[in-house]
Design a protein around this ligand. Structure first.
Ligand SMILES: NC(=O)C1=CN([C@@H]2O[C@H](COP(=O)(O)OP(=O)(O)OC[C@H]3O[C@@H](n4cnc5c(N)ncnc54)[C@H](O)[C@@H]3O)[C@@H](O)[C@H]2O)C=CC1
Ligand SMILES: CC(C)(CO)C(=O)C(=O)O
Length: 318
């Protein structure tokens, strides 16, 4: 299949390398990384060590592909949709963190949108080299609009080529990942999966970023209570949106991820440490705003969001 990776930074480069070979892959990203890939290929280190040679470009317009995997940061999703809309894209697949990316893609594109989450970890260590920091999973599901993500119908159908039907692009995407030996599942209730991941990120990311601690410390010591509250609030908002997510299950999910990724610096901690903009709006910001809309209390998410936004607006960004 012809696959575009839109946003070939850390995660996108990892998936681009893993999909290359089984598929015809084009990375869309920025220099100096893209020039390095064009000149020397793409090297993966860490969990596995190998080289790949996908096509690579800094121009995301007028691309033609079976599907585009979108791996830009949440705040760049609208720009990605604008570029992808100028081409011929069969489907857009978000593997991003935060809530709202799929809605942004759907608003800007005519093609079907597939929602996804991944627990693989990746970090661009230098131009042309990506470190695979942790093996994980990929879960995708048809996105059917705000409040109805993944609801209804059988999304596990594939056509005789295993590509998924037009009404069911998620199974085609999962099949393409599996053809490249990347474990990928189709989830019929992808909306719940996105909210659960959001609760995990709402607990770990801002707390680790503000306290400057690795994931494993978030549920230990003085931050534990507030991380748990952030996850519980996210679950309360999810339920107000009709998503079946128990507060206890959300806290447990966050604690499990913190344990499994104990030595990681969360992506938000890395962003803050490097003086880069964070994804706070798409994580705690979404929880706090939707809580307001539903009349649900989410003071911890509100405070974490305000602190990170204050840092970004003040002395934070380089
Ligand atoms: N890195 C990781 O281990 C994981 C990341 N995620 C999520 O995946 C998403 C991407 O994360 P990272 O790869 O870490 O971020 P990143 O910042 O390393 O990569 C994003 C890349 O997209 C590029 N980009 C943005 N707009 C572009 C445009 N219009 N044209 C060309 N290139 C463009 C940026 O230059 C950047 O290189 C985020 O939502 C993150 O939360 C999710 C799971 C794990
Ligand atoms: C799961 C977790 C918390 C892993 O670090 C993550 O998604 C992130 O850092 O953004």
């Amino acid at each position: 299949m012809r696959i575009v990776i839109f946003g070939a930074g850390s995660l996108g480069s990892l998936f681009g390398a893993l999909l290359d070979g089984a598929h015809d892959v084009t990375l869309v990203g920025r220099d100096p990384h893209i020039s390095a890939v064009r000149e020397h290929g793409l090297r993966v280190t860490g969990v596995d060590d190998f080289e790949a040679s996908p096509a690579a470009t800094t121009d995301g317009t007028e691309l033609d592909c079976d599907f585009a995997v979108v791996t830009v940061k949440a705040y760049d999703t609208a720009g990605a949709a604008r570029d992808l809309a100028t081409g011929d894209v069969g489907a857009a697949v978000s593997l991003q963190n935060g809530l709202g990316n799929e809605a942004t893609l759907a608003a800007g594109l005519d093609c079907p949108v597939v929602a996804g989450t991944t627990s693989h970890g990746a970090m661009l260590s230098e131009p042309g080299v990506v470190e695979w920091t942790g093996r994980g999973d990929v879960v995708v599901g048809a996105w059917r609009g705000d409040g109805a993500a993944g609801e209804g119908g059988d999304v596990s159908r594939e056509d005789e080529h295993g590509r998924g039907t037009a009404a069911d692009p998620a199974s085609g995407v999962a099949a393409a990942f599996r053809a490249a030996s990347i474990g990928a599942e189709v989830e019929s209730d992808i909306g719940r999966r996105l909210w659960r991941k959001l609760a995990v990120n709402a607990a770990i990311n801002p707390v680790s970023a503000l306290a400057r601690i690795r994931n494993g410390r978030v549920f230990e010591g003085p931050t534990a209570e507030y991380a748990a509250r952030a996850a519980r609030e996210a679950a309360d908002v999810a339920r107000a949106e009709g998503v079946d997510l128990d507060a206890g299950a959300a806290v447990e999910a966050a604690q499990t991820v913190a344990r499994r990724t104990a030595d990681n610096r969360s992506s938000m901690f890395q962003d803050v440490a490097a003086g880069r903009r964070t994804e706070i709006d798409a994580v705690s910001g979404v929880v706090a705003e939707r809580a307001d809309e539903h009349g649900v209390d989410a003071p911890v998410n509100g405070l974490l969001c305000a602190l990170l936004r204050g840092w970004e607006a003040g002395e934070g960004l380089r």
